[in-house]
Ligand binder design. Structure first.
Ligand code: 13P
Length: 249
């Protein structure tokens, strides 16, 4: 399995920020971990061109339909045409800002697969759900509702992003991360078989920074990270990539 350092630029980035991609490429000419940047859609084509071939690119969402009368939306084919090989789906900000339910995420995942994209499906509990002892139940339901049949290591990545850890500087304990990641691996194994489940990359996301990346990457069943704020600057993201590349297998 090739580990994955994924950057989610969210609603940040214009042409001037392509300089960060040049700096990342210079710092990682032959990365052993896979590097992915998901910029805003307006920057995707230019960033894909600048990033290739060492760094992959992806969208942050797609519509479930291949085309049609959906003003403002973007199809998986369009992302692929703009150079993307991945798409983030079901991020908690999409789930809350746009009322996306598990069934919507599953439909978008099917659309992504039809376009040949790798789906990065996001799951994560709110703080209230964790406090109520519901974390594993919530993650299990999101996994089964958001991931359609036919998942493989080649078409699916899962990102565990506790909602309360996103952009807050708060990170779960290493035991809490291990508990969820071990649980996700077991759930996928039950559904897909142990061999397929073993190859699907499980990312942790939520306030990953250069100074906490190494300890997070040493946690069992953590195969990489989905990074928001710290992916915007090449120096920070580069340190996270280096931590992933030197983490225990
Ligand atoms: P931060 O790394 O800024 O907490 O964001 C995490 C995230 O939501 C990545 O998708």
């Amino acid at each position: 399995m090739r580990k994955l350092a994924a950057g989610n630029w969210k609603m940040n980035g214009t042409g001037a920020d392509l300089a960060e991609i040049e700096a990342l490429k210079a710092a990682h000419p032959a990365p052993s971990a896979e590097i992915l940047i998901c910029p805003p859609a307006t920057l995707l084509a230019r960033l894909s061109e600048a990033a290739a071939p060492a760094i992959a690119s992806g969208g942050q969402d797609c519509h479930a339909a291949p085309s049609g009368a959906h003003t403002g939306d973007i199809s998986a084919d369009m992302l692929q045409d703009a150079g993307a090989s991945y798409v983030i789906l079901g991020h908690s900000e999409r789930r809350s800002d746009h009322n996306e339910a598990d069934a919507d995420v599953a439909a978008k995942t099917r659309a992504a697969w039809a376009a040949g994209l790798i789906a990065v499906v996001c799951v994560g509990e709110t703080e209230a759900q964790r406090d109520a002892g519901q974390t594993l139940g919530v993650i299990g339901a999101q996994l089964s509702g958001s991931v359609p049949g036919g998942a493989t290591p080649e078409n699916l990545v899962i990102a565990y992003e506790p909602v309360w850890a996103i952009g807050t500087g708060r990170v779960p304990s290493l035991d809490q991360i291990a508990e969820v990641h071990d649980f996700m691996r077991a759930e996928l194994a039950t559904r897909l078989g142990a061999d397929i489940a073993a190859g699907i990359r499980l990312l942790y996301g939520g306030s990953v920074k250069p100074d906490n990346a190494s300890e997070i990457f040493a946690v069992s069943n953590v195969d990489g990270a989905l990074v928001g704020g710290a992916s915007l600057k090449a120096a920070d993201f580069s340190a996270i990539i280096a931590a992933l590349e030197t983490a225990p297998a």
